[in-house]
Design a protein around this ligand. Sequence first.
Ligand code: FAD
Ligand code: DLZ
Ligand code: SF4
Length: 507
Amino acid sequence: MTRLVLVLGDQLTHGAGALARLRPGDVVVMAEAMSEASYVPHHPKKIAFLFSAMRHFADELRERGATVTYATLDDPDNTQSIPGELIRRAAEHGADEVLVTRPGEWRLIEALEDCPVPVRQVPDDRFLCGQPDFEAWAKGRRELRMEWFYRDMRRRTGLLMEGDEPAGGRWNFDTENRKPPPKEVAWPGPLRVAPDAITRDVLALVRERFPSNYYSHDDFWFAVTRADALRALHHFIDEGLARFGDFQDAMLTDEAFLYHALISPYLNAGLLTPMEVCRAAEDAWRAGRVAINAAEGFIRQILGWREFIRGVYFMEGPEYVARNRLGHDRDLPEFYWTGDTDMHCVSQCVGQTMREAYAHHIQRLMVTGNFALLAGIDPHQVHEWYLAVYADAYEWVEAPNVIGMSQFADGGVVASKPYVSSGNYIAKMSDYCRHCAYDVKTKTGQGACPFNLLYWAFLDRHRERFEGNPRMRNIYRNWDRMDADKRATVLAEVGAWLARMEGGGRV
Ligand code: FAD
Ligand code: DLZ
Ligand code: SF4
């Protein structure tokens, strides 16, 4: 009997997972499915990136001799769901078995388990730490901390190691990183690839099927093949990496990319592998082309954070995304879609997100994430927003970053304390406040920065939970030292400001 091998849109890696088991006679199934393209309102550039990358990948598989069935979104026979396509192709080819690399979302894992055609899911071997290894590492630990996991991964892979010791004598060079924003940015930004005929067809289809008042369809420049993704990686290693460490937390008005790599869409779709990315950074350091703080800071994101986040998602199970430990229930404000707010930091981060389907880590964590947490937005709505708007978003990586790291809705599995800050942090790490209608130095009254007000209100609201945390004790001391009238003013002003926001008034 014929066997089907299902390849999903984020499984575009030759010779990995199910594709490593491809036998003569197997039929590869790929499908652009409306169910996948609409379970959240994805950014059209994310959809176009995936569809075009899928079409190029299907051609590459055919060139390598595989039999591939591919359903485009506008194919009249397309059933528009992944299980539907498996049933249709199984009947077409007389197949009674499907092989697939385990998907990166519980939603799809469960849908495939329920598929009437038996589906065998094999582990996704594109990660540097397999799930059994992660769970063995996590077992018996009171708390999971990325830094310890990362050191184990350095030892295990030999990346940036000199024998048993970390290269450069330290595991972590973050004290040399996190500089305030540069005056000017000295690299041209990510490699921009001109759309070829396949991409142009996809862009036309996506423009027609996924019209949007919020998102931009214009100026699509993502790489959609492995060859171009590799060029984009080396462009960054050669021209951006040297400054990555220094400015990794900085933000600048109208500078969407700073010294960031812009490789997460490629890594997550499988066009690049994590080991080759880490090796490229290590080689640049060994060749003396970048300093250790840049190479180490960058490698830590991939070898440490990315693998750790993945392990947490699968360890915590399908209910993880429903967690709401802080009981936040406010609706996500409309300005998360329009950028229409006087808060320049939020307006900048949302604006570039709607244009580029991209924001870098600190923009996601300390601007849009910080605001949602401070304002008590329902974490599930925050989660769905992040899953929709970014070209690199799949639940396995988005959810632990949002539900865990950013919204503390998992009660501390990913983060040891909530990532909240007043406007001071944004003022230090960006030029946003200089262009803002609010005044970051004003704590209460006319023009007071909302982050300042919301920050104290958040701490006050969650006092019982956080005042015992040794890393937060001093913050509570500062709040308690404020005179009682001032504290009452802060809380009253926050209430009024939030009521204005919830009433749809401009804030
Ligand atoms: P760089 O800053 O150049 O970093 C290099 C690489 O490190 C990234 O490409 C990425 O693969 C990896 N990386 C860095 N931090 C993380 C992290 N925390 N988790 C996983 N990988 C990491 N990343 C996603 O890939 N998909 C998401 O949906 C996603 N959602 C996020 C939501 C929030 C609230 C936060 C705070 C972070 C999120 N991240 C997500 C992590 C990070 O913001 C992005 O990986 C990064 O911005 C991608 O841009 P880059 O390629 O320019 O990364
Ligand atoms: C995200 C996405 C989108 C938008 N479209 C498709 C699609 O049409 N066909 C497909 O196979 N995969 C798509 N994907 C990626 C899947 O949703 C992804 O495999 C799961 O989210 C698991 O990570
Ligand atoms: Fe954001 Fe406040 Fe700075 Fe305005 S003043 S940019 S709202 S932190």
